[in-house]
Design a protein around this ligand. Structure first.
Ligand code: GLN
Length: 624
């Protein structure tokens, strides 16, 4: 296979469809023939590298990989190992100890410089050899084998595949790495690192000799961009809390004495190695791996720099290319008089909600909630506060809530409570709810965090009704037949007749009262408890809750109109009492008393008309 043929080695179909792949292929062609620079020669094995090799790979934080050229060719990782061994040292010892041993200041010197920060008696940073050797010296393990195994495991997790050491390169560097040895011994003599120095150096030479491809580098970078979780395997390869520290040293020191210009032109945290690799990543966006062994005077791969610059410009990836925070965080604000929960309520209760529902405000939020978007949420809420008693924040479309936003939410809750208003959160990711519920000193109570916004809205409605009209019956005593809404207008005699043909039935919690598909023989008048209507999904899964009903309402009433089969399941939410009216018996009663059936049908029609109007109004609210 020629290199050109190899250049589209990924999934052949991809090039036809993916503008990302075409862009990489274009960049590859643009720089393929640029053979300026030198192959590293100070490690004899590296001098054998084929200067024509050139591969580019890009990986996304959700695991898609685009690659062109020799992206599968294996080479030794060299200095690109440094940020990740640094991560392991942080995981082993924490920030304070690691910082006390190795600084984080750019040295402005070459990668192999033998200069230390004399003020603090530390190597300047972990990205130059002196700092990297001191970092490797920190890696824990009972002996050399264990320490090597831990390093290899870290890199296998980062690549998402078992990795190996290139023994030839290792031997070559071990036998010629006098300068690195000198650095190590100077550090030993200055007390920067402790024995066993030969073991530390061997381990350092081994970490540099790990075999990777440009594709592996892209996956490692995407793992960084994905906050430490390898997108191919789902395995956490790096502890999340140190990712920002790793990014920081890559950003300030990753490209040696070219770090400033790299940052200026390309603007992505990166790391290069003398075998010709460069890794670059942007949190949440992508990871890049590029490989071309021809190096510039600073020891960075010439073509890989060009590739990264091109990718950064084309895809606008400079970290200071300002991305405005999601323009819309608060998608809408709804009031409880226009939007109701799925609980159908008696007329009296519904009337209260229509009149007073404005006291409930629901905010569906979206995007990432960090400082700036959260500030906007707070601002919008404070401008709506008049006459609002319940504020529901719906997080269903929120992708992430950071610590700052969570803290601000806690403060908002306190400020609202001081004004007698209640803040309620719905659809919060489980880890965030758990955090808030166990937070001290002010843990959130159960009435403040709801699994979904409908439950939150229902709770607020019930509170509002209770607060507005204490005269409404709130007992769990079954309503008399006369209090059922579709019976309105029947005179005393008609009521007695109707009473004589209904059967009072009790159902236990979760008992199925109506089953979808059954023939419809009776209608149900709910006297106590509540029931929910569920629509079964085609795959047989237990379906979606369409609505719930309170006492005084009828269900299964459509059958009286059209006689067709049941269109949904109705299940008792808790203990339920119903008056069950057999359609057969009603028809027989109607022979001598047709007006009873007429009145019932008229009431049902009125009730349906009201619900339809409500539904229309809600659709209008949601649509405008
Ligand atoms: N193994 C190489 C060395 O220590 C790593 C240097 C590099 O990649 N810049 O010299």
């Amino acid at each position: 296979m020629t290199r050109q043929e190899q250049s589209i080695t990924n999934r052949p179909a991809e090039s036809a469809f993916s503008p990302i792949h075409s862009a990489l292929a274009q960049i590859y062609r643009q720089y393929r023939d640029n053979l300026s620079g030198q192959v590293a020669s100070y490690i004899p094995e590296l001098a054998k590298a084929n200067p024509a090799l050139f591969g580019i790979a890009l990986a996304t934080p959700d695991g898609e990989i685009y690659q062109v050229g020799d992206a599968g060719h294996l080479f030794t990782i060299q200095s690109i190992s440094k940020p990740f061994v640094y991560a392991l040292a942080l995981e082993d010892h924490g920030i304070d100890l690691v910082l006390s041993k190795i600084g984080v200041e750019p040295s402005g010197e070459a990668f192999n410089s033998i200069i230390f920060d004399e003020r603090t008696n530390r190597p300047f940073n972990p990205m130059v050899n002196a700092g990297a050797i001191a970092t490797t010296a920190l890696i824990k393990g009972a002996n050399h084998e264990q320490r090597r195994a831990r390093l290899l495991e870290k890199f296998s997790n980062l690549c998402g595949r078992p990795i190996k050491i290139d023994r030839a390169v290792y031997e070559s560097e071990r036998s010629t790495g006098h300068r690195n040895r000198a650095i190590g011994f100077l550090e030993l003599s200055a007390g920067m690192i402790a024995e066993p120095i030969d073991e530390h150096l061997d381990l350092y030479f081994e970490q540099c000799s790990i075999l990777v491809s440009a594709r592996d580098l892209a996956v490692i970078a995407a793992t960084l961009a994905n906050n430490g979780i390898n997108p191919l395997t789902g395995v956490r390869a790096l502890e999340a809390r140190y990712i920002k520290n790793v990014f920081s040293v890559m950003q300030s020191c990753g490209m040696y004495d070219y770090s400033g210009e790299w940052s200026y032109r390309i603007g992505m945290p990166a790391k290069s190695g003398v075998s010709g690799g460069i890794i670059a990543a942007l949190p949440g966006q992508l990871g890049i791996g590029s490989f071309s062994p021809l190096l510039d005077g600073q020891g960075n791969s010439c073509r890989s720099i060009q590739v990264c610059q091109e990718i950064s410009q084309r895809f606008k990836l400079h970290m200071f290319d300002i991305r405005p925070p999601t323009a819309v965080t608060v998608r809408r604000a709804f009031r409880g008089d226009k939007i109701g929960s799925k609980l159908l309520r008696s007329k009296a209760e519904q009337t209260i909600l229509t009149r007073q529902g404005r006291a409930i405000c629901i905010y569906p939020l979206q995007g990432h909630l960090s400082f700036a978007p959260m500030e906007r949420v707070l601002r919008q809420m404070s401008s709506d506060l008049d006459a609002v008693s319940y504020l529901i924040l719906d997080f269903r479309r929120v992708l992430e809530i950071d610590d700052c936003a969570l803290t601000l939410l806690g403060q908002l809750r306190g400020a609202l409570a001081a004004q007698g208003k209640k803040l309620i959160l719905a659809h919060l990711p489980p880890s965030d709810s758990a955090y808030l519920q166990h937070r001290s000193p002010a843990p959130w109570d159960e009435d403040s965090i709801f699994a979904d916004s409908d439950a939150a809205l229902e709770w607020c409605e019930t509170e509002l009704i209770a607060a507005t009209n204490t005269a409404l019956p709130r007992s769990s005593e079954p309503l008399p037949l006369a209090a059922i809404e579709i019976v309105a207008g029947l005179d005393a005699e008609e009521l007695v007749l109707l009473e004589s043909i209904v059967v009072k039935r009790h159902y236990g919690a979760r008992e199925k009262i109506i089953r979808e598909g059954d023939s419809a023989e009776s209608l149900f008048l709910l006297a106590a408890g509540s029931v929910s209507v569920y629509l079964n999904l085609p795959n047989g899964a237990h379906g979606k809750r369409l609505s719930s009903l309170s006492p005084g309402l009828a269900f299964g009433e459509l059958s009286l109109l059209d006689g067709r089969r049941r269109s949904a399941d109705v299940v008792a939410d808790r203990a339920v009492v119903c008056y069950v009216l057999s359609i057969d018996r009603l028809d027989r009663l109607a022979v001598d008393h047709p007006e009873i059936k007429h009145k019932l049908i008229l009431n049902i029609a009125r009730e349906l008309a009201t619900r339809l109007r409500h539904a229309d109004a809600e659709i209008r609210t949601l649509a405008d």
